[in-house]
Design a protein around this ligand. Structure first.
Ligand code: PRP
Length: 198
């Protein structure tokens, strides 16, 4: 199921509406996988027939979509984890240096004890996600899950070398990066594919 959504996203003939729909559905699957290890707590509920034990998330996460492309994952993540709150980070990768430039940060000041789920479809060089995760650790976060659709081995290595307290959940690890630092075979520019070119 995840494979067919990912294939639709890779296909250059897929239009923006279908791309957004596939990203939404794939995000639901990725969040489900990522949330399997989130601690749950039990609490008493009454069914129409009698008492039982229910479960709920012990510590709902903060969702952080990385704008623009991560915005297309936000609705699906919030639908699956409705107890979550949401922060935003806006990053644009410079076309020449390939380093991220931050243009927005809207995050709680103190993230001590709060798990964070970072949403960005693409982990290419890893510069953007490393930058985002450093912002989170500066606020006291020690528990980050990065959710992406595609990852390049170079980006995974960079995050691993960063020593940041994070794990990556992804639908695919692709071959690598081309000379423009695009993931190969990848799916192109996830922001442009969803929202059109800038
Ligand atoms: C893309 C993508 C990631 C980043 C990945 O965003 O959504 O945020 O690049 O590249 P990296 O791992 O080498 O940093 P982009 O900067 O194109 O901005 P956009 O989401 O607004 O299109």
């Amino acid at each position: 199921m995840a494979g067919s959504r990912l294939t639709a996203m890779r296909d250059a003939r897929t239009d923006s509406a279908a791309f957004r729909a596939a990203l939404h559905e794939l995000t639901t699957m990725l969040v489900y996988e990522a949330a399997r290890t989130f601690p749950a707590e039990r609490y008493p509920v009454e069914t129409p027939v009698g008492p039982t034990q229910g479960t709920r998330l012990a510590n709902p996460p903060l969702l952080v979509p990385v704008l623009r492309a991560g915005l297309g994952m936000a609705d699906a993540a919030l639908a699956l984890l409705p107890e979550s709150s949401m922060g935003f980070v806006g990053l644009a990768r410079d076309e020449h240096t390939f380093e991220p430039r931050a243009y927005m940060e809207s995050l709680p000041a103190d993230l001590t004890g709060i798990p964070v789920l970072v949403l960005d479809p693409m982990l290419a060089t890893g510069g953007s996600l490393e930058h985002c995760c450093r912002l989170l650790t500066e606020r006291g976060c020690t528990d980050m899950t990065v959710l992406c659709v595609l990852a390049a081995p170079e980006g995974i290595d960079r995050l691993r070398r960063s020593g940041l307290p994070l794990r990556v959940v992804t639908a695919s690890i692709d071959e690598g990066l081309n000379d423009k630092k695009f993931i190969v075979p990848g799916l192109g520019d996830a922001g442009d594919r969803q929202f059109g070119g800038m």
